[in-house]
Design a protein around this ligand. Structure first.
Ligand code: GYE
Length: 326
C-alpha cells in the first residue's frame, strides 16, 4: 500500500518535471534545466599554468556563481588549443546561453567562433585576444600586454643601458597574445640601447618551464647573464631555483624583472630576489559577468575593455604585500 503511494508520488513528480522541462524548452533558457532566469554559461579556461591563472579562475567562478544567476560549465584545457576548441564546441552542442573564452593562442579561432555565431550564442573573450574578425565575438575584457612589456623594458633600459649588459628572456606560451604582445612592447623599449639579448625561449608560463630553460641558459652563459626578463612571475620563480642551484644570488648577480604581481612573485620582490614587477590584473570575473548579462539583454557593449595595471619596485612590494588580494 505504502509502497504504491510512494510510487504514485514519484510518478507525479516525474510528470511535473517532464511538463516543466517541455515548458523550459519553449522558453528562453535552452534545456530548461536551470529555470528561465538562470543564464547558462560555458567558460573555456586555458588551464592552470600559473598563479595568475588560479586567481583568474577564482575570480571567474565567484562572478559566474549561482547566487549571481548563472549556471557555469567550467572547462580547463591544459594549455592545449585543440582541447579548448573542443570545449567550446561542446558548449555550442549543449545549447548554452553564452560562451566565455580565455584563448590560449591568438590564431585558429575563426571556425569555432563562426559556429557559435551561427548557433546564435554570443562569445565574450577575457584575458588574451584572438586574430579572428571582431564580428565573431561580442566583447573582450583584458589587459594591455604590449604596455606591460614596454614598462618592463623601460625599467631594464633605465637600469642597464650604457653598461653593455647581457639579458636573457623567458617567453610565455608560444602564439599567445600575452607572449607576443609583451615581446613586442619590451623589444620596442630596449631598441637602440646597448643591451645584448643573449637568448629568448619559451617556458610556457610555468614554473617548471622557467626552471628548465633557465638551467639551460646558465649552462650556456653562466655568470655572463646580468638580467632576466620573464613574461610571468611563475617562470621567474622557477628560474630562482636554477640560479640558486648554480651558486648565484638572484636579485644581485642576476637581476630579475617579471610580469603579473601575484602573491609569490610579490613576496620574491619584497625579499630582494626579484627586482621589478609589472602588474597584470587577473580579477576579470565581475566585468566578464556584467558583459554577458548586458549582451544577453541586447544592450550595446564596448568591444574592448582594458583593465589598468601598475608596477612595483622592491620597496613598493614591501608596502603593499599584505594588502594584495591574490
Ligand atoms: O600573465 C600568465 C598566465 O594571459 C595574462 O597567462 C595571462 C598570462 C599571465 O599564464 O601568468
Amino acid at each position: 500500500m505504502k509502497k504504491n503511494m510512494l510510487a504514485g508520488v514519484a510518478l507525479l513528480g516525474a510528470l511535473a518535471m517532464a511538463v516543466s522541462g517541455c515548458a523550459g524548452n519553449t522558453g528562453e533558457t535552452p534545456g530548461g534545466d536551470g529555470g528561465d532566469d538562470v543564464i547558462k554559461v560555458g567558460f573555456a579556461q586555458t588551464g592552470s599554468e600559473s598563479g595568475w591563472r588560479s586567481a583568474n579562475t577564482e575570480s571567474m567562478k565567484a562572478a559566474f556563481s549561482a547566487e549571481n544567476g548563472f549556471d557555469l560549465i567550467f572547462n580547463a584545457a591544459d594549455n592545449k588549443q585543440e582541447a579548448q576548441i573542443a570545449a567550446v564546441r561542446s558548449f555550442i552542442n549543449q545549447g548554452v546561453d553564452a560562451i566565455v573564452i580565455a584563448p590560449i593562442t591568438v590564431d585558429g579561432w575563426d571556425d569555432v567562433l563562426t559556429e557559435a555565431k551561427d548557433a546564435g550564442i554570443p562569445v565574450i573573450l577575457e584575458d588574451r585576444t584572438v586574430s579572428a574578425s571582431e564580428d565573431l565575438y561580442a566583447s573582450w575584457v583584458g589587459l594591455d600586454f604590449e604596455q606591460e612589456g614596454r614598462t618592463a623594458g623601460e625599467w631594464v633600459k633605465e637600469n642597464f643601458d650604457g653598461k653593455g649588459a647581457n639579458l636573457v628572456i623567458l617567453e610565455g606560451t608560444t602564439g599567445s597574445s600575452a607572449a607576443l604582445d609583451r615581446a613586442t612592447g619590451f623589444g620596442e623599449a630596449i631598441e637602440g640601447t646597448d643591451i645584448n639579448v643573449l637568448d629568448s625561449q619559451t617556458g610556457d608560463f610555468t614554473r617548471d618551464g622557467g626552471k628548465k630553460v633557465m638551467e639551460g641558459y646558465l649552462q650556456k652563459y653562466g655568470s655572463d647573464i646580468d638580467v632576466l626578463f620573464a613574461h610571468n612571475d611563475d617562470m621567474g620563480l622557477g628560474a630562482l631555483d636554477a640560479i640558486k642551484a648554480a651558486g648565484l644570488t638572484p636579485g644581485t648577480d642576476i637581476q630579475i624583472v617579471t610580469i603579473d604581481a601575484v602573491k609569490d612573485g610579490m613576496t620574491a620582490l619584497a625579499n630582494g630576489e626579484f627586482n621589478f614587477i609589472v602588474e597584470c590584473n587577473p580579477l576579470l570575473g565581475e566585468k566578464a559577468a556584467d558583459l554577458v548579462k548586458a549582451v544577453l539583454a541586447g544592450d550595446t557593449v564596448e568591444k574592448k575593455t582594458i583593465v589598468p595595471d601598475q608596477s612595483f619596485t622592491q620597496e613598493q612590494a614591501k608596502e603593499v604585500l599584505d594588502s594584495r588580494p591574490y
